[in-house]
Design a protein around this ligand. Structure first.
Ligand code: ZN
Length: 252
């Protein structure tokens, strides 16, 4: 048996489809739909409660200098709400950091620690902060903030002037936009919803959209072959114990 499966069995960590409380931590509106829209739709349809945490306001997402940031942020908020609805996500928490801004990732981490303690997710899905050729700072900072929060929330003294007992809920973290996937989620029945949700992001429907949809389809077909499906999304799932002093983390 593969090492990862052994760890999951030992720690009683369910298969990704079987998690019931899931928190998706996204740098921008649209990342979750593009990266794991099918998985989110699948989880929701299986009865999971999925909550989105949107780190930034998406206000950098235009090449038109005449579009003010404030109005773009409002539009993207509306688009994200509609996209989330398509995938069965009821709640979005907006942290409203400035898209591409010079914020400290530790501020994002603080919010996430509190949200994890409050919502008690079993699984956190976020962007892979170790992706070597990722140069959008929000993707690196937010993925890192979510990873550290997933580790540190469980210590009552962490950022807590009045420490009280913390319920340990998070079993695993799953990275999308990753070059080292170890889990492939069949999305054949949910791909239509994913595409519908992506298209709700009308402000992002510029020239590149056709290429993006083609790229996603090719990628999903490639990953689908690994699990006998037409389309699959690729995720790197890590048990939380692998996020600290765990040399095999890179290889599981
Ligand atoms: Zn993004």
């Amino acid at each position: 048996m593969e090492f990862l499966e052994k760890i999951f069995e030992k720690l009683n960590i369910p298969k990704i489809e079987d998690f019931r409380r899931v928190m998706v931590v996204s740098p921008h509106p649209d990342d979750a739909e593009i990266g794991i829209g099918g998985t989110v739709a699948k989880l929701s349809s299986f009865g999971a409660e999925v909550i989105y945490v949107m780190a930034t306001d998406g206000s950098l997402g235009t090449r038109d200098p005449n579009v003010p940031r404030e109005s773009l942020a409002l539009q993207r908020r509306k688009e994200q709400e509609e996209a989330a609805k398509v995938l069965g996500v009821e709640e979005i928490v907006w942290l409203d950091f400035e898209d591409g801004g010079d914020y400290d990732y530790k501020k994002v981490r603080s919010y996430l620690v509190n949200l994890i303690r409050e919502y008690k997710p079993q699984l956190i899905l976020t962007t892979d902060p170790t992706l070597r050729y990722e140069f959008h700072p929000d993707h690196i900072k937010v993925g890192r903030a979510a990873s550290e929060a997933a580790l540190l929330y469980q210590f009552p003294h962490f950022e807590s002037p009045k420490p009280k007992e913390v319920e340990k809920s998070v079993m695993a973290i799953g990275y999308f936009f990753t070059s080292k996937p170890n889990t492939f989620v069949c999305i054949d029945k949910f791909r239509n919803k994913k595409i519908e949700a992506i298209k709700k992001h009308e402000s992002q429907m510029g020239d590149g959209m056709d290429v993006l949809l083609w790229y996603l389809s090719e990628k999903e077909k490639f990953h689908g072959k690994k699990v006998g499906c037409e389309y699959a999304e690729a995720i790197r799932i890590m048990p939380i114990i692998a996020l600290h002093a765990f040399a095999e983390g890179e290889f599981i």
